[in-house]
Design a protein around this ligand. Sequence first.
Ligand code: SF4
Length: 445
Amino acid sequence: MIKKYFIETFGCQMNVHESEKISGMLESLDFAPATSREEAGIIVFNTCCIRDTAEQKISGNIGEVKALKRADKSRIVAVVGCMTQQKGAAEALAAKFPFVDIILGTSNLYELPAKIVELIERRARHRGKVVAVSFDEKPPIDETVPVTRTSYPNAWVNITYGCNNFCTYCIVPYVRGRERSREPEAILGEIRALLSNGYKEITLLGQNVDSYGNDRADGFGFAKLLREIAAIEGKFRLRFMTSHPKDLSEEVISVIAETPNFCKNIHLPVQAGSDRILKAMNRKYDRASYLRLVDTIRSYMPECGLTTDIMVGFPGETEEDFLDTMDLTKRVRYHNAFTFVYSPRKGTVAASMADQIPYAVKRDRITRLIALQNAITEEMSGEFVGKTYEVLAEDAPKPGKLCGRTDSGRLVNFNGDKSLVGEFLNVKITKNKASALYGEIENNG
Ligand code: SF4
C-alpha cells in the first residue's frame, strides 16, 4: 500500500485544526502527505453537517473516490467527523458507500491509528470495514495526539470541546457532545511551546470560548485564562473564536483592550435582530442586550473589528422580523458578516417547527442582507485607505504577493517576498476594491 495520505477537510476552523491532528496521527504511522487523492494510499474525509449543502457536497466527493478504490484495493478510504456522528448516519454512509473502509465519529477520531491497524488485520482475514461512533456525551480529552501544523505563522489551540447551548437550529451539541474545558496548564504549555517554535499568532478555539471553565470547580474561567496568556512575554497575536453574546463578559473585554498582544477583533454571532426569533432560536439574549454589548466593546476599543454570523429564514421569520435583522446590521456596522440561509438539521428542535420559510423568500432575504452588508463593508474599507497598519504577513498566495491581517482582522494584499511570511510589517493601505484592501510595505525596519 502507498504510504501517503490525503485529507479533505470541510467545515469550520475546528475541523481544520482536527485535520492537523489527523495528519499528525498518520505521520506517526509513517504516512507522508500526498498532493492529490490519486497519489494517496489513505484518503480521509473530515466532514461537516452544519448545513444540508455541506453534506451533499461531501457525499459527492466521497462518491468520486469509488473508482480510485476500485483501481487499487489496498487504498484506505476513511470518513470521520461531524457527519458520521448523527444518529443512524454511520449505517447510512456504510450502505451508500460500501467502498468506505473506516467510519469514525467525532469522539472516536483519536482512534484512527488503531483503526487503521485493525483494518489491515481484518483485511488479511477478508473481514470488511471498521466503524466506531460512540455516543458518550462527555468523551475524555486526549492530550497526547500528535499535530502536524499547516498554518504557520498561525496556530490553532483548542480550549473547549462541545457545546451546552442547544440553539434550536444547531446540530453541534448533538455531534460534538457537552462542553469540556481543557486544563489551563495544557493550554498555556501548548501556547508557550508554539511561540518558542516561532509561531506568531495563536487562535483559541471553542464553540463558545466565553464559557471556558464553566465545567471546572475552581472558578478558572476565560478571563483568567486570558490574563495568564497576557503574562506570556514576547510579541505575538492572540485571537479567539467563537464568542457567545450571552457569555462575553466586560472583564474579558477589558483584558483584550488592555493587552497589546490581543487582537482588537471579536466575532460575535448575532444570528437575528428580532427578539421573537432570537427567543425561538434559544439564543438567550435579546436585541437590546446585544446592542449594549456592542456599545461596551466599542467603549473599550473604538477600533475593534466586529464580525458576525447572521441567519435568515428561520422558521416563522416574518418580513418584519427580517427588517429587524437588517436594522440591527445597519446599527452595528460589522466589518464583515457571514450570512446563511436557515437549513433544517434532522434531530434539532427547529427542524420540526411549523412555518418553515419557502426557499424563494429565504433567497430574497439573503440577497438583500448581503447587498446591505457589502455596502457597509465597502464603506468601512474606504476608511482604511491612506492609513498605516501593522500587518502580520500570513501567506504568499503567488510569487511576489503577500497577504495578512490587521490587528482588527482585515485582510490586506500587498507586494513582498515570501521570506517575509511570519513578519510583522507596517503596511500603508493604498486602495480598496469592494471589501478587499490593498497596500504597500512602509518602513520595514
Ligand atoms: S452556541 Fe449555539 S450555534 Fe454555537 S455551537 Fe452551540 S448550539 Fe450551535
